[in-house]
Every structure is written in C-alpha cells, then in structure tokens.
Design a protein around this ligand. Structure first.
Ligand code: AMP
Length: 349
C-alpha cells in the first residue's frame, strides 16, 4: 500500500486524507499542531514545523510522494523534499502563488488579464500608485494574506491614505486597481502526471467579511465566459507543468470579461461542492492526479449551493441536518472562534 505525505493539517488535509483512504492510500500529516483536523483521520502525524529538517527527512522516509494543503508551505522545504521523492503540485507553483506580484506577472505572461497593479514599498509609492488609479484601489500584502486579511480598500479619491503603508505592517505591498466586477467565480481543475486536464464547472462565490460564504453551481455566466475560465486555468496548469488540483478565482465584468484574481495551488474552499454534486470530488481528483491514476472528467450530476459554517454558525447544525438533500461536513475543530471555518454544508437544488 502506498503512502502519501500531506504538509498541513487543516480541513483541506483532512478531506484529502479521507479521499486517499478510499483509494487505499495511507497518509502521514506534517503539522505542528497536535490532533489537527487532518491527523484525526490520517494514519499518522509528524508533529513539527513545516521547515523542520529532521521532520522533512522523516516524512520523505515514510512516504512514496508528498503533497500539500496550503500555499504557504516554505518553498525551500518543498524543494528539499523534491530531491528525494515526487512533490506535487511542483514547488514552482508555491513560488508563484505566494507573492501576489509574482503571481500577477506569471498570469499576465500566460496571456491572462489581472487587475492593474503597482508594487508599494513605502508611503510615498502608495500615494503615487493611488494617484495613478484615481484614488481607488485595493492595497494588499504581497505575501501571507488570506480571507481578506492584510487588505485595505480605497473606494474614492477622498479616502485618507495617511499611514496606510505602516498600518499593513510595513511589509512589501501591492496596490491593485479597483475592479468593478458583477460577480466572482472560481474554477477548480486538475492536471495529471500524463498532462491530461479536467475541469469542474465554475462556481459563483459570495464573500462575507472577506471569507467565502457561498459557492453556487452553476454560476450565472454564459458558455463563452465558462470556456474562457477553462482556457485560462488550462494555460496555468500547462505553464507550471502542474500535477494535482488547482483553484483559480476570477472577477466577472458586466460584459462577461474575466479578470483573474488569484490561483491556489491546492484543493479550494470553493470546490467543496464537488463532494455532493459530482461523482468524484476535488479531493479524490487531487489524490488521483498526484498518484498517477486516471482523472474523472469533472462532470456534475446536480446543481447545488455550498455554504461555509463559520464560528457560531455551527450552532445551526440541527437545522442543516434536517434539511433535505443537504450534505454536512464538519472539520473536527474543538472550539468555534469568530471567523474560524468549522465545516460546510452543500445542498442540491
Ligand atoms: P483576495 O484576498 O485577493 O481574494 O480578495 C478578497 C476579496 O476582496 C475578493 O474576493 C473581492 O471580493 C475583493 N477584492 C480583491 N481584490 C479586488 C480588486 N482589485 N477590486 C475589487 N475587489 C477586490
């Protein structure tokens, strides 16, 4: 029986481990937090930092291949592992996804439109960049932002930018032009070791407080826009020589034009619906891809809505369990803190 190492022990790792088990793979989780969501359903856990050399050596020893469940895996660690066993997705994907500027340049290089942007390394540059975008834009940390953290929106020229650079921590930033989008969509796709590509249908996403609230499938877009999303993600997968599942988020303009926002080199929250509405979920698709097994075609048998259960939402569990056609998935987190993803529910519509 082969063993898959998973770096990161959150809910995505948990769902990957469950999918791996169904295909007869063992899983080992590398995660500093003991009894993490993924380790509860995996064969074993190495409790250590992601860049702990001794722990990485043990992981390589214990596994036939390694994958990961979050994009901030240290690139050095992934590259070190890749010298002794396959690491999928390729470490290059981490490098691209970890820095919003590297990511935009990469996407533009693939012929994919993004928001216009300026790098911002001090307050003066911020003010010049804002002036260039007529006072509007979204200021983001280049690295380590997630769920809307490390961001500041400038809606109009009168918004006060004083101190805004320091307020985001005095780290390298990027100012993006403000995209007046009509809706947000994402597409989850996979590329196999043999280069085969399969896409799930695009989902339409609604965020609340910077955190994904719902994903609805099908998205309210026409076939031309859906085709453009499939084409863009296909270009990204091929350019990276990618293996595994990727998530790619887009803004959709009123005329259907797509502006790419970001890529996530892993299974993605906006793909959780696939476990209820497709025969093969994004989690199994990822395991199939990294293990060199045939991919599913990504076909969907039902329309659906996925909703995240964040913090106290978990108290509404009895109602969700009584809802017809609803699949509840909980993450094994003991404490419901505000903003913490506790689980999700997908109902067929
Ligand atoms: P992100 O962390 O880049 O995914 O951004 C979080 C959310 O902020 C997105 O899902 C959008 O709703 C909004 N947002 C981010 N960037 C922009 C932008 N350049 N223009 C307009 N809205 C944005």
């Amino acid at each position: 029986m082969r063993t898959i190492g998973i770096i990161g022990g959150g809910q995505l790792g948990r769902m990957l481990a469950m999918a791996a088990a169904r295909l007869n793979f063992r899983t080992v989780i590398l995660e500093p937090q003991a009894d993490c969501p993924a380790a509860q359903v995996a064969n074993s856990q190495i409790i250590a930092a992601y860049d702990d050399e001794e722990a990485l050596a043990r992981l390589a020893q214990a596994c036939d291949l390694v994958t990961y469940e979050f994009e901030n895996v240290p690139v050095d660690a992934a590259e070190r592992l890749a010298r002794s066993l396959p690491v999928y997705p390729p470490p290059k994907a981490l490098e691209v996804a970890q820095d919003r500027v590297t990511e935009k340049r990469f996407l533009n290089g693939c012929g994919i439109a993004t928001a216009g942007f300026h790098t911002v390394d001090d307050q003066q540059q911020l003010e010049r960049a804002l002036a260039d975008f007529s006072g509007q834009g979204v200021l983001k940390t280049r690295r380590l932002g997630y769920d809307g953290k490390g961001q500041r929106v400038f809606r109009q020229a009168s918004d006060d930018a004083a101190g805004a650079y320091e307020a985001l921590g005095g780290v390298p930033l990027v100012l993006e032009s403000f995209v007046a989008f009509e809706r947000e969509i994402s597409i989850i796709a996979a590329r196999g070791i043999d280069g085969a590509i399969a896409c799930f249908d695009p989902a339409e996403n609604v965020h609340r407080n910077g955190i994904l609230h719902t994903s609805t499938v099908p998205a309210a877009i026409n076939e031309t826009t859906a085709q453009a999303a499939r084409h863009a993600v296909g270009s990204v997968l091929s350019a990276l020589g990618y293996v595994g599942v990727i998530g790619m988020e887009f803004f959709v303009l009123a005329d259907g034009t797509l502006i790419a926002n970001e890529i996530a080199p892993r299974v993605h929250n906006s793909g959780h619906w696939t476990e209820a509405a497709c025969v093969v979920s994004q989690f199994e698709q990822h395991i199939r891809a990294v293990a060199g097994l045939p991919l599913s075609d990504g076909a969907r048998h039902s329309d659906c809505v996925m909703q995240n259960l964040i913090g106290d939402d978990i108290d509404t569990l009895p109602a969700w369990l009584s809802k017809p056609n609803a699949l509840v998935h909980l993450y094994g987190k003991a404490e419901a803190r505000p903003g913490r993803k506790m689980g999700h529910v997908t109902w067929l519509t």
